[in-house]
Design a protein. Sequence first.
Length: 110
Amino acid sequence: MGKLTTHVLDTANGRPGAGITIELFVLDKHDWRPLKTVKTNADGRTDGPLLEGAAFPAGTYELVFHVGPYFRQQGFLDQIPVRFTIRDPAAHYHVPLLCSPWSYTTYRGS
């Protein structure tokens, strides 16, 4: 069964990004439709998959990580959008965010 998961790592401070709001959107024809909003737990992860099974079709998605409040005054970044395409909804797609107040990187994890 396919699923979408994520987590946030605070690379500047060497710890999980706890309490970060993440919004998930799907491209529906020409408009972005919101699917869900979650917060990361103490381990920087969501408590469960963002999508899975029949609720996880092929398509184009966007995760928006709200890191501004997490980094408060020391930060430069506010919202980090990560847009990606799911081609095989039977697979596991893990989209981690590694971030600091000034930079970020992401990749397709396992």
